[in-house]
Design a protein around this ligand. Structure first.
Ligand code: GLU
Length: 425
């Protein structure tokens, strides 16, 4: 029985025995049903177009050789070149990359950028890699993938465990074979065709949509106490943007631990000085998990997937959750929280500022024309607002939660492109 049927029969969502991809597809099929699309048709445009699994032999500093596994899943090119990050993490596996690739298809469609969806990764704990090892892994990944990448085929970007330097290596390796092509990858360093504004774009977008939701709920930013789980690229810039918008950041967490401060952390000061949450001197210590369930108004999970699940969703106190991470809520936790009236702004909307920023970088690379950061920020804010408004309107039109609404908007766009391209008529 598929997830959607199980959900319907048993009246509740599952996460036991349900893969990450099945969870995403449950949302896709629910949206398809509201749009009155047939299941077969949805399957035709929601199954990965191509999946590549590779071996990456790596000479370790210690002398031995490890053989790592790498992935690139190209989910859809219906609306343009596949687009999506590369994750280096020990949790990376085929199911996770498939689910994340699929989310990229819906994300790029929702924010209406001319891309499809893809995702890649390497199963490795990035903290165990020296700089040389990380470069070797990245170059080998790129060399082995070179025929399926390209500015108009598939354009990687950073994700967990990868950064601007990683993207610079990808660009360099790709160029050795194909010649000058900065648009083959986004999220590059500013000194190598990166775009001013891209680094902060995901966090800025997270707070942009949070402000949109607060306005609809008649709440002022100054009344809002925020907890943020994850202090990487997304969490840091979301914290900064939250403070700039007048909210109080009262909880922070990362792998090193958690901290809470009733008066609100001074994020601007913290960012320049500390890399890990445990190093922040002010505030009370909490565990990372306690930050998720602490007393706050707005919760921003901005790290790994599945962190809000059957073990802790009942303890969540926030009234609004904005998903900075991809898939931070399991299907069952999502259903339970929606039932309790918690407003959940879904990942494909909430963290889409990243890929929107990537689109701006890609377009600048192709035109060989650099925008000032003010233009980047203006375009980002405007287009994120359009995506938020279309999601909100769809939720009113279909009488559904914001996640279902976001999938309705994106599934409709992908279905239309797929249909117009022919092939299956
Ligand atoms: N990894 C980011 C995401 O999950 C960014 C992807 C991109 O910019 O292509 O949305």
């Amino acid at each position: 029985m598929d997830v959607e049927s199980r959900v319907r029969k048993e009246g509740k969502m599952h996460n036991k025995g349900v893969s990450a991809l099945e969870e995403v597809n449950a949302y896709v099929f629910r949206a398809g049903e509201l749009l009155k699309l047939s299941k077969d048709f949805i399957k035709a445009f929601s199954t990965s177009e191509r999946e590549l699994i590779i071996s990456i032999p790596l000479r370790r500093e210690s002398g031995g050789i490890d053989v790592l596994t790498g992935y690139r899943i190209q989910h859809s090119s219906a609306r343009g070149p596949r687009k999506g990050g590369i994750r280096y993490h020990q949790s990376v596996d085929l199911d996770e990359v498939r689910a994340l690739a699929s989310l990229m298809t819906w994300k790029t469609a929702l924010v209406d950028v001319p891309f499809g969806g893809g995702k890649g990764g390497v199963t490795v704990d990035p903290t165990t890699l020296s700089v040389r090892e990380k470069e070797e892994v990245t170059r080998r990944w790129t060399r082995t993938m070179v025929n399926i990448l390209g500015p108009h085929r598939d354009v990687p970007a950073p994700d967990m465990g990868t950064d601007a330097q990683t993207m610079a290596w990808i660009m360099d390796e790709y160029q050795r074979i194909n010649g000058f092509s900065p648009a083959v990858v986004t999220g590059k360093p500013l000194g190598l065709f990166g775009a001013p504004g891209r680094e902060e774009a995901t966090g800025r977008g997270v707070i942009g949509v949070a402000l949109g939701a607060l306005m609809k709920l008649n709440k002022k930013p100054s009344e809002i106490r925020v907890a943020i789980q994850g202090f990487g690229n997304v969490g840091v810039y979301a914290a900064l943007a939250a403070q700039e918008a007048g909210m109080k950041v009262v909880g922070l967490a990362d792998v090193s631990g958690g901290k809470t401060n009733d008066k609100g952390f001074n994020i601007k000061e913290i960012i320049g000085k500390y890399k890990k949450v445990s190093e922040i001197p002010d505030g009370k210590d909490l565990s990372g998990d306690e930050v998720l369930t602490m007393d706050c108004d707005l919760l921003i999970p901005a790290a790994l997937g599945g962190v809000i699940n059957d073990s802790n969703h009942e303890k969540i106190q926030a009234k609004i959750i904005v998903e900075g991470a991809n898939q931070p809520l399991t299907l069952s936790a999502d259903a339970a929280l929606q039932k309790r009236g918690v407003v959940v702004v879904p990942d494909i909307l909430a963290n889409a500022g990243g890929v929107m920023g990537s689109y701006f970088e890609w377009t600048q690379n192709i035109q060989e024309f650099r925008w000032p950061i003010e233009r980047f920020r203006d375009e980002l804010d405007t287009r994120m607002k359009i995506a938020f408004d279309s999601t909100w309107e769809a939720s009113l039109k279909y009488g559904c939660d914001l996640r279902t609404a976001a999938f309705v908007v994106s599934v409709e766009r992908v279905a239309t492109a797929f249909k117009l391209r022919g092939d299956l008529l």
